[in-house]
Design a protein around this ligand. Structure first.
Ligand SMILES: [Mg+2]
Length: 232
């Protein structure tokens, strides 16, 4: 057997957006008296929630960031997208080669997902099957968004394969009872990234989107074996 649905995360899987997000944070933080480089943002705040990052910054500068801080970061991110956002290498070809139904499940707002996919030239390949955390109660690492996407696409969770680049996303896909492939080819990924995705439960990890169609086929065979699924 094979899978009935492929669910793609967006940031770091379809669009190479994490580096841009770091730049937007670095610019905005620097303007507000916390000088930091994009690389510094990556090193200090990757995987840290926005709330916790804000608490750290505020305690270091000794005052609160303005109410508008998040809106400013968002504005900077979207304006960088237009000129600098690219698709993850070869992902367009990989999507085109997949004959299975596919959709997107992203923690971003609908506006950000739409803008990102459009700037990267991927929107037409995936629309209208694009789901946002805004449509569910709990975002990743909860399984809600993956389960919502599966329901909308009329697929059973155990027949879905998820492509994710973050620990929170891999955790959420596994919690939804889906097979998760961990991608670590985004330009923000460090050497430890692959091991983190495996620890979170990724059945297979890979860094080159040209491998994706074969890996999905391989994972599907394992998944359907008489002995049941075992990690590849
Ligand atoms: Mg991601």
């Amino acid at each position: 057997m094979s899978f009935d649905l492929v669910i793609f995360d967006c940031d770091g899987v379809l669009v190479d957006s994490e580096v841009i997000s770091c730049r937007a944070h670095a610019d905005t933080l620097t303007r507000h008296g916390f000088p930091i480089t994009p690389d510094g943002v990556l090193k200090r705040f990757l995987g840290v929630s926005d709330r916790e990052a804000r608490r750290i910054v505020e305690s270091e500068i000794g005052r609160a960031l303005p109410e508008s801080f998040e809106a400013e970061v968002k504005h900077a991110t979207l304006s960088f997208y237009a000129n600098d956002l690219s698709a993850i290498a070869h992902v367009g070809d990989a999507i085109a080669a997949l004959t299975l139904p596919k959709c997107v499940a992203s923690s971003g707002t609908p506006e950000k997902i739409h803008h990102g996919l459009t700037c990267a030239g991927l929107y037409d390949q995936l629309a209208p099957h694009i789901f946002s955390a805004a449509q569910v109660k709990r975002g990743k690492p909860a399984p809600d968004l993956f389960l919502f996407a599966a329901t909308q696409m009329a697929a059973r969770p155990e027949r879905c394969v998820v492509i994710e680049d973050s620990v929170a996303g891999v955790t959420g896909g596994c919690a939804a009872g889906m097979t998760v492939l961990g991608f670590y080819g985004g330009s923000h990924c460090t050497a430890e990234h692959e091991a983190m995705l495996r620890e979170a439960g990724a059945a297979i990890t890979f860094a080159d989107m040209r491998q994706l169609p074969d890996l999905i086929a391989r994972a599907g065979q394992k998944h359907g074996s008489i002995a049941g699924f075992s990690p590849v």
